[in-house]
Design a protein. Structure first.
Length: 260
């Protein structure tokens, strides 16, 4: 447990202060600035925003960031699998008294942490841009939800937690893809194609509820709009995806040749 904690702490610091994280933050910030400017110029027809205020700004952008975040998850996951394997970093760690099981669990925890961090980063930047352009506003407006003050912030954080969970599960799928690839670019391209194809599963009502792509896009909304049975179905499908791809990823990692 101590070894896992030390390894996780080291990897967390490296993640938070990495160049990639700074790039992600910059892309989100520019995207939110453009969204605010277009809303100022053209209203709700020119952007994903339906209401212009800081209370509504973050939660309205969580769903709209589907493709951006999916690609960022793909890049980060590939970096800690393909790149570290090819550069020999993982082999260096495993030369110490750290088992593959401990290393793999640490990677899962790191992916969960990354999903949470990137979600909190999106929400924080959204609040900042929303305050700069619109002020706090009277109330949060999101689909059927009308809240203000701390209740609106709590709703945003709950929606963010649902968003982070679905993207963590997606990162486990990317982990399996990355383990099977020998190059960073191969993994990212494969995941990008998968994301694009996944959007078309919405054309099939009978199965879309059970696809990971539907949950990535709608789970952060459905937890407020759908009946409890539908919410439980979505949560169960996410857990099944997570369990399946988590186990498959571990089995592949155990047998993988960690070349340098």
């Amino acid at each position: 447990m101590k070894k896992m904690g030390i390894l996780l702490w080291f990897e967390t610091k490296r993640m938070l202060f990495s160049r990639s994280m700074a790039v992600y933050m910059g892309i989100y910030f520019i995207n939110y600035l453009l969204s605010a400017v277009f809303f100022k110029l053209y209203g709700s027809e020119g952007t994903v925003l339906s209401v212009g205020n800081a209370q509504s700004f973050p939660i309205q952008h969580l769903q709209a960031s589907y493709l951006f975040t999916g690609i960022f998850i793909a890049i980060y996951t590939a970096q800690i699998t393909v790149q570290e394997r090819s550069e020999g970093t993982v082999k260096f760690v495993l030369l110490r008294p750290v088992s593959r099981s401990v290393y793999y669990i640490t990677r899962l925890l790191l992916l969960l942490l990354f999903s949470i961090v990137i979600t909190l980063m999106m929400i924080t930047l959204s609040y900042v841009v929303g305050l700069l352009f619109f002020g706090w506003g009277d109330q949060l407006v999101f689909h059927s939800q009308r809240l203000s003050g701390s209740a609106g912030v709590i709703l945003t954080l709950i929606s963010g937690a649902a968003f982070a969970l679905s993207y963590f599960i997606f990162s486990l799928i990317v982990l399996v893809i990355s383990t099977c690839c020998n190059r960073l670019l191969e993994s990212v391209i494969a995941t990008g194609i998968l994301l694009i194809i996944g959007e078309y599963t919405e054309l099939f009502p009978a199965i879309k509820q059970y696809t990971i792509f539907h949950q990535m896009y709608f789970f952060c909304v459905d937890i407020f709009e759908q009946p409890s049975t539908k919410i439980m179905e979505s949560l169960l499908s996410l857990l099944i995806y997570g369990l399946f791809f988590g186990v498959v990823g571990y089995l592949l990692f155990r047998k993988k040749d960690l070349y340098v």
